[in-house]
Design a protein around this ligand. Structure first.
Ligand code: GTP
Length: 336
């Protein structure tokens, strides 16, 4: 079976990190985010097709330099075609029932179990759904049994027909291509799914964890889930003898840590951390942080330098940014 990963959006909500790198290659636990989507694939997936618009060449070059199992093909989409158009754009390469997922989702999804559910459902497609406390920011489904009868995108208060939201995993029969117009941007969620309802669209619920990783809070949630699932650790090539570690954390080789780290902190390669504190945050490769700095619920881009006494909270600091001593960044997005 083939898996199409829709992975070519602009990632505007993660800017400035996505100004100079494709969203798929934004590090999450020190690996390109997209690799997490490839982690748990069943052996029945024999080919992965990455549908990419924004910064196609960078994604292609990344995968060309690596031999992965299963094979990964990166397909260019010269104009952004939206989530539906991205699938239409790979029609020629797909045969038989195929799986689709969003490239910015991190979860413990079992695609083999989903495929067996879809085979039994007999419809044109199946959508994995996930219960959330507050469905207002999501695409919500209304159900009769396991059949989807209606979609409500980002419902207002009291309007949500259920707390089950689209989790970004789909299985389709090839007939689905007939429902996606060619040559223009098409939203799978808003335009295609409603048209598929009469042809049988089923909702699949599963147990486990799930998060998208496309906004700062969602990214940090995904990071907490992965660290909580045991994907952390401290490299033996890191120097942390004077630091204090509160697990779970992930520390890459070449880091030097004097401060308090964690819980839920990730350091890329070669970070230099002074006597301050970092929690619920990630610092990409080569970040330096002076003494008396507090970093909380934030992402700090590659090679950034944080001056003494600074406070960084709920912020994204771009690659290479120099933060002056005693700065206060709260809810900020800072680029060079
Ligand atoms: P924002 O700009 O922050 O909304 O991010 P995004 O552009 O990634 O959009 P969104 O998070 O809604 O996208 C869900 C998934 O679809 C992500 O994996 C995106 O990379 C992908 N995606 C969104 N739009 C396109 C597109 O036009 N083409 C392709 N190939 N993928 C897309």
């Amino acid at each position: 079976m083939q898996l199409v990963i829709i992975a070519g959006g602009l990632g505007t909500r993660l800017r400035p990190l996505t100004l100079h790198r494709p969203k798929a290659l934004v590090p999450l636990l020190n690996r390109p985010q997209i690799l997490h989507a490839l982690d748990r694939l069943p052996p029945t997936v024999d080919q992965v097709i990455l549908a990419v618009n924004y910064m196609y060449e960078e994604v292609r070059d990344y995968f060309e330099a690596r031999e992965l199992e299963p094979e990964v093909i990166v397909v260019n989409e010269p104009e952004p075609l939206g989530t539906g158009g991205a699938i239409k754009n790979v029609e020629d390469r797909v045969s038989g029932t195929f799986a689709v997922c969003n490239g910015d989702v991190v979860d413990s999804f079992d695609l083999a179990a989903f495929a067996s559910f879809h085979r039994k459902s007999g419809g044109i497609g199946s959508i994995a759904v996930w219960p959330v406390e507050d469905p207002m920011a999501f695409g919500v489904v209304a159900l009769e049994g396991q059949r989807i009868t209606r979609f409500v995108e980002k419902p207002s208060e009291g309007e949500a027909p259920s707390n089950l939201v689209n989790a970004g995993h789909y299985l389709f029969e090839p007939d689905v291509f007939d429902f996606i117009e060619e040559g223009r941007a098409v939203s799978l969620e808003r335009e295609v799914f409603p048209k598929l309802i009469p042809r049988g669209l089923s909702a699949y619920r599963w147990q486990g964890y799930w998060s998208d990783a496309g906004t700062l809070p969602a990214y940090l949630h995904a990071q907490r889930l992965l660290l909580g699932a045991g994907e952390g650790g401290v490299s033996k090539d890191a120097e942390i003898s004077r630091g204090e570690i509160r697990p779970p954390v992930l520390v890459a080789p070449g880091c030097f840590v004097e401060g308090r780290l964690g819980p839920f902190a990730v350091l890329g390669r070669g970070c230099k951390i002074g006597r301050g504190s970092i929690r619920n945050a990630t610092l990409f490769d080569g970040v330096s942080m002076d003494d008396k700095v507090e970093i909380d619920s934030s992402i700090v881009g590659e090679g950034a330098a944080i001056g003494e006494g600074s406070l960084i909270r709920d912020s994204i600091v771009g690659d290479g940014v120099q933060v002056a001593p005693h700065s206060e960044l709260i809810g900020a997005r800072v680029a060079t």
